[in-house]
Design a protein around this ligand. Structure first.
Ligand SMILES: *[C@@H]1O[C@H](CO)[C@@H](O)[C@H](O)[C@H]1NC(C)=O
Ligand SMILES: *[C@@H]1O[C@H](CO)[C@@H](O)[C@H](O)[C@H]1NC(C)=O
Ligand SMILES: *[C@@H]1O[C@H](CO)[C@@H](O)[C@H](O)[C@H]1NC(C)=O
Ligand SMILES: *[C@@H]1O[C@H](CO)[C@@H](O)[C@H](O)[C@H]1NC(C)=O
Ligand SMILES: *[C@@H]1O[C@H](CO)[C@@H](O)[C@H](O)[C@H]1NC(C)=O
Ligand SMILES: *[C@@H]1O[C@H](CO)[C@@H](O)[C@H](O)[C@H]1NC(C)=O
Length: 260
């Protein structure tokens, strides 16, 4: 308390000693303690509310001799910490809030609580832990994907949507997504172009060879042929893997088309 008193004395003295005319009118705030810092013709003024009151507005305001104060002074309002709030939920009401008071939170039906279900008003006028939010259990409308689309109109909790790609593209990632407590269950899939005509000629060759392999009985001979083709076209393991992925996707598409 003595410290604050000294500060105030200092503050009053500094300001009256300064010749900053437009800064001479120090905005007073009820139920507060304030400290001023002078730097040439500028004054910084910081307000702290006393116990049982909390600050609303700017904690620190600034005065420029030729322009005056940059904001109106704050206010100290009844209640040691700001009033609790929770959208789409309820909290135990305590008014006025005092130091060490605890508030508990509960969400309305169809909302889930994210964060702490309680909070406490500390000496420094803040609530710790911070207030939670109530999140809807239902999902936002799903995002579109480039060269693809989704099917499904129900976005409530537990429902499922399915992604498809346009002709000529294959889906990489998870095809179906479920709405689980407000979030879709996995990352969006992507639609990748199936072929790049110029780049993949060697891979097309490989695919042909692979299809031939599926039809032939002579396993050893076919494997040898394939290995030779790899060498001839200098295909890397990455490119071979890529080709296999594309064939897998094609086979999947075929299978999907055959299903009713
Ligand atoms: C006024 O100045 C203070 C100190 O520089 C700054 O913290 C505050 O954000 C300013 N307020 C406005 C409304 O510009
Ligand atoms: C006060 O404001 C004037 C006008 O914008 C500016 O020219 C001057 O530099 C400011 N003074 C200080 C000390 O910030
Ligand atoms: C608040 O609680 C703390 C720790 O439990 C205690 O040290 C402090 O004295 C309490 N403050 C008041 C104003 O009751
Ligand atoms: C208030 O005090 C708590 C606990 O000491 C601390 O975690 C928090 O950062 C403080 N808040 C402010 C704004 O100083
Ligand atoms: C997704 O695409 C559909 C149909 O093309 C459109 O109606 C909808 O607004 C799009 N949604 C977003 C989030 O872009
Ligand atoms: C394959 O690579 C070898 C050496 O790494 C090179 O000499 C040859 O020309 C390449 N063949 C093709 C078809 O790119």
């Amino acid at each position: 308390m003595l410290f604050w008193f000294m500060c105030c004395l200092m503050a009053v003295w500094t300001i009256s000693a300064s010749d900053a005319e437009s800064c001479s009118e120090i905005p007073a705030v009820d139920n507060s303690i304030s400290v001023s810092k002078e730097d040439g013709e500028q004054i910084l003024r910081t307000y702290l509310c006393i116990r049982g009151y909390h600050l609303v507005g700017e904690k620190t305001i600034f005065c420029n001799a030729s322009k005056g104060w940059n904001a109106t002074s704050p206010q100290c309002q009844w209640g040691h910490c700001p009033d609790p709030f929770l959208e789409n939920g309820k909290f135990s009401v305590l008014q006025p809030v005092d130091v060490n008071d605890t508030v508990t939170f509960k969400c309305n039906e169809d909302y889930i609580l994210k964060g702490s279900s309680w909070s406490r008003c500390l000496e420094n006028h803040t609530w710790v832990p911070p207030f939670p939010i109530c999140k809807s259990r239902n999902c936002n409308s799903p995002e579109n994907i480039t060269h693809g689309y989704f099917e499904g109109v129900d976005f409530t909790s537990g429902s499922t949507i399915t992604y498809y790609c346009e002709e000529g593209y294959c889906l990489v990632g998870t095809q179906s997504q479920q709405c689980i407590d407000g979030d879709w269950s996995s990352a969006l899939p992507v639609c990748e172009v199936i072929q790049e005509a110029t780049k993949l000629t060697a891979q097309e060759q490989f695919e042909k060879e692979f299809l031939a392999f599926q039809e032939t009985e002579d396993l050893r001979q076919t494997i040898e042929n394939i290995m030779q083709k790899f060498k001839k076209h200098n295909l890397t393991m990455e490119e071979i893997k890529y080709s296999l992925e594309i064939m897998k996707a094609k086979a999947k598409m075929l299978k999907a088309k055959m299903l009713p």
